[in-house]
Design a protein around this ligand. Structure first.
Ligand code: NDP
Length: 237
């Protein structure tokens, strides 16, 4: 029997990059997977067809839509909140509405989705949020809002782990370093700068992050909660 046979998994933000690798991993391990996307309809439909998962358009900036999607997908054995955006630029110049949208997607949605999922999650359920090593270390200027949003997820995991621990539900954050995706291509202009901070001087692969997520969602990780799990090639070391 596959590890996640008949398990119900929702991945928020699964159409591309790390989220798509997480979708592929859970499907390969036997789960029934639904994932959301925002703008990448073609990529989402292709992935859904390839993996026999279900794609639904849900903007993570829309709190009511996120809560409704989690409710309609439940009861969930596993919730993975991957959807996130980055923003670069002089803090004195950034559009405050754009900054607030980042907070909605990167912070508000993970909180509200996690709480809604927990309402009907069975004993032993799993909530996994994709943070960033930038929640611990922000070595360049121009990314304070992003770093703030990823640090906030640490408080989310610590707090909700206490709320849901009595039901055996675990809440964890996976904190990647540079991973080769559209958002941070391995051959992009930031490559040399990023690799300069790292002990292992390469971008990680989305599948490496998905493997950590799968372990946290699996039966061996039932005693792991309220914790940050960094996978960053030593970026934060
Ligand atoms: P990508 O930009 O490659 O993919 C982002 C995914 O999130 C897409 O599937 C996208 O869907 C979805 N998404 C974005 N905004 C929304 C939204 N408003 N509503 C619903 N879905 C949305 O990013 P990555 O794969 O690189 O990053 C995934 C996560 O990992 C993010 O939380 C990011 O912060 C984190 N991370 C990434 C690192 C990296 O180096 N790549 C390093 C550290 C953390 P669509 O295209 O349909 O909008």
């Amino acid at each position: 029997m596959a590890m996640f046979d008949k398990k119900s998994v929702l991945v928020l933000g699964g159409s591309r990059g790390i989220g798509a690798a997480i979708v592929r991993r859970f499907v390969a391990d036997g789960a029934n997977v639904t994932f959301t996307y925002s703008g990448s309809q073609a990529a989402a439909e292709e992935l859904a067809a390839e993996t026999t998962s279900k794609a639904v358009q849900t903007d993570s900036a829309d709190r009511a839509a996120v809560i409704a999607q989690v409710r309609d997908s439940g009861p969930l054995d596993v919730l993975v909140v991957n959807a996130g955006i980055a923003m670069f630029g002089d803090a004195l110049e950034l559009d405050p509405d754009a900054v607030d949208r980042l907070f909605k997607i990167n912070v508000h949605a993970p909180y509200h989705a996690s709480v809604e999922a927990a309402r009907r999650m069975p004993q032993g359920g799993r909530i996994i949020v994709i943070g960033s090593v930038n929640g611990d270390r922000m070595p360049v200027p121009g990314m304070a809002a992003y770093a703030l949003s990823k640090s906030a997820l640490q408080g989310l995991a610590r707090g909700l782990a206490r709320d849901f621990g009595p039901r055996g539900i675990t809440v964890n954050v996976v904190q990647p370093g540079p991973i080769d995706t559209d958002a941070n291509p391995a051959d992009g202009p930031m490559k040399d700068l990023l690799h300069g901070f790292m002990a292992i001087k390469r971008h990680g692969q989305p599948g490496e992050v998905a493997a950590m997520v799968a372990w946290l969602a699996g039966p061996e990780a039932g005693f792991v909660t309220g914790a940050m799990h960094t996978i960053d090639g030593g970026f934060g070391a």
